[in-house]
Design a protein around this ligand. Structure first.
Ligand SMILES: Cc1ncc(C[n+]2csc(CCOP(=O)(O)OP(=O)(O)O)c2C)c(N)n1
Ligand SMILES: [Mg+2]
Length: 314
């Protein structure tokens, strides 16, 4: 990684954190349509993996991968409009949180059905292979989501067909309130039979970036899918309505000490790579303006309810 990439990665992680903090404020003011699902403490796993891709690659994020969407050029205002359910948002108020995509930006829309995006992205990877295109597909899955049948079905076909698919496994300590030892027999890394598996410290953004770049090269070499396990921790509740009472405070504190953002700043410091001065203030001001603009945006017209749902014409 060079200095310019490190600055982009640092900015993406900070932007993710500050965007989510702003969303939490909007939630507490009763402005968002639903709860807010943060990636607090996990920003490196979404941002560094997405940043290691090329612009021609395609991603399918989950709810805790907002950072990957910001890396791909989604603007915070779009995210605010979506959470606030406004007419000018990506789904025109028909869905909320980060449940939207954009084919032009190489983003397959997030859905709630955990695991379901893995067969979809195996299909995307199959199309790349059939057309001889040097592109990879990437999606993410949590420890809980890896217990779905779709996880195995999707990865299995990718292994058998040697598809350029990267599945990022986020081992983040919990699936809602369930710790991994209560729902799986072994570590997350043991679940992707036949796939090349890499395990990395998910709070070390530089290591995640390097591992994702290696995974991409593996895929581009035609060697089949990669399961990239990032060991991290969810520092917030499952969503803002969850107070995390089931998490040992000492464990939480131990993981707070491994916060990926100050860690990456220290990593850059060791290389004598300066950070952008005033970055946090610049991002916070832009986010406040974006949130105000979104709050002033119109609500959808109920008469437009079915627009975009049915194909028009005969
Ligand atoms: C197939 C499916 N089953 C159950 C749910 C309900 N659900 C939403 S999030 C969640 C926990 C997910 O845990 P994990 O995959 O570890 O991801 P994390 O929330 O830790 O990022 C569950 C059970 C769902 N969305 N989809
Ligand atoms: Mg989890």
């Amino acid at each position: 990684m060079d200095h310019a990439t490190a600055l982009r990665l640092h900015e993406a992680m900070l932007l993710t954190r500050l965007t989510e903090e702003r969303l939490v404020k909007l939630f507490r003011q009763g402005k968002t349509l639903g709860s807010v699902y943060r990636s607090l403490g996990q920003e490196a796993t979404a941002c560094a993996t997405a940043l290691a891709l090329g612009p021609e690659d395609v991603i399918a994020p989950l709810i805790r991968n907002l950072g990957s969407m910001l890396v791909r050029g989604v603007q915070p205002e779009e995210i605010f409009l979506q959470y606030l359910g406004r007419a000018t948002g990506p789904t025109g108020g028909r869905d909320h949180n980060n449940h939207f995509g954009g084919i032009g930006r190489g983003i397959v829309a997030t859905t709630s059905m955990l695991g379901a995006l893995i067969p979809v992205m195996a299909g995307v990877a199959l199309s790349f292979k059939q057309r001889n295109e040097r592109r990879v597909a990437m999606t993410w899955i949590g420890d809980g989501g890896s217990s779905t049948g779709a996880f195995y079905e999707g990865l299995n076909i990718a292994v058998v067909q040697k598809l350029p698919l990267i599945v990022v496994g986020e081992a983040n300590g919990y699936a809602f309130s369930t710790p991994p030892e209560r729902q799986m027999a072994g570590p997350l890394s043991s679940r992707a039979q036949g796939a090349f598996t890499l395990t990395v410290d998910g709070n070390d953004a530089a290591a995640v970036y390097a591992a994702a770049a290696e995974a991409r090269q593996h895929c581009l070499a035609g060697l089949g899918p990669v399961f990239l396990v990032c060991e991290t921790f969810r520092l917030s509740g499952h969503a803002e309505h969850d107070d995390q009472h089931y998490v040992d405070p000492a464990l939480l504190e131990a993981w707070r000490q491994k916060d990926p953002i100050p860690r990456f700043e220290a990593w850059m410091g060791q290389r004598h790579w300066p950070l952008e001065t005033g970055l946090a203030e610049r991002l916070a001001a832009a986010l406040a303006a974006a949130a105000d603009q979104a709050l002033a945006a119109p609500w959808p017209d109920p008469a437009s309810l079915t627009a975009g749902v049915f194909e028009s014409g005969s």
